[in-house]
Design a protein around this ligand. Sequence first.
Ligand code: IMP
Length: 475
Amino acid sequence: MKDVLDKVVEGSRAVAIICNQWGDTGKGKFSNLFAKYWADVVVRGTGGNNAGHTVVINGKKRIFHLLPTGIIYDKDGKINILGNGMVLDLKVLCTELAELDKERISYDKLMISEDANVIMPYHISRDLDKDASSKKGGIGSTGKGIGPCYTDKIARRGIFVRDLLKENILKTKLEKVKSFYPKVEIDSEKIISDLKPFIEKIKPFVKDTITEINDFYSEGKKILIEGAQGLLLSIEYGTYPYVTSSDPSLNGTATGTGLCARNIYPLGIVKFPFMTRVGGGPFPSELGGEESENYCAEGLEHDIKFELDKYKIPFEVIKGNVKYNHSHPNIISLMNSKYDFEKGIGIRLAAEEYGATTGRPRRTGWTDLPALKFATYFNGMNIILTKVDAISGAKKFSLVESYGEEKFSRDCDSLRFRKPIFKEFEGFEKKISDIKAYDNLPNGLKDSIDFLEKTIGAKVKIVSVGPDQNETIVR
Ligand code: IMP
């Protein structure tokens, strides 16, 4: 497998797995694959616990919010780094470490950047207060304090991981921050005493990771950069203001790891032939349009159990995980409904598209090629398609070919009114997860992949036909 992956990335020593859409495209599976077979070092550079990477290991589903997925290979000598561009909630980080302790998974070689910023309780209060719901026209943030923490970083009052190690500096900084949060009580003594056990826990791992990672690169170690969120959620290039507060593009991710973007080979993940979005903001190809946007904005009121109940699909809850038959006849008939809104629900159920971090239903629509073309400006032309197996049973599927004369726009007021022109393809009835050779994929699917490549000039290097690592077709 190592040789196969070396060939895919044309012998590069640093590879970034980044998302070309609105996040949740299945980066976890590929981060895990590269971490296991290819990388010596795995690093994350942007965001915080707003991300949730789902990985299936030995048939068991795990979700990592902060730790790189490569942490499970620490025992094999792999180094994992939380990079300088991240924002860290220490409680969440220590909970993830405690889970590893419980399962006796080692993390001796973990490194936490002294330059990462720390999410404080007042950041979370501010996030929840300002933006609790996309129903009220808000961004629909994950409420984890990400935006306010980055705001403080840019406003030069951020608390760095290195500040945690010097109590007097931490106290002075917290005192200074008070005047910027008039509505929240900031008791610096209490914050420090609450943080103390977490600080003790992470202290041995705090490092100057910018120097470390550049040394690793010079020594010839292979570095995997694990992206978070997605290009269309970038503060720099995304559909502002319905974006996150970091830049998950190749460039932004490189910045957040301390590496030079020029040395990194990007692999852009694209969910196909459908895509999703959580939270507010325009989504031109959304199935069911505004009806779906409003319905999904109700969040947990329309969660997975609600939808399974409503459409009479039997399920069980085993250890907190909802289990059901993803190809249940009622799901297939929803996917083939003549009403787009129902089709969208069918795809959501077939592909189990509910937020890994928040449990919210994800909005669904067909993969948008003008938006993808835009993403390739920053993330390059090498593409991995994911979740293509999910729509088996749909008689037809579509891609957005263009918006007529117009292009993708970051300006949400314009993007909302783009009129997608769809290109329809033949669907496939049978399961495709056990297909190993590209040529054996259904014709309609291969036609749509050709169409993608020709329309935007990209190269599809890998097609993922199931959640497990062996359900992967390398071209
Ligand atoms: P924040 O990152 O919590 O500030 O949320 C801002 C917007 O980005 C909201 O619409 C979130 O739903 C979205 N978002 C943040 N992280 C992710 C992610 O990992 N996947 C998908 N959407 C995300």
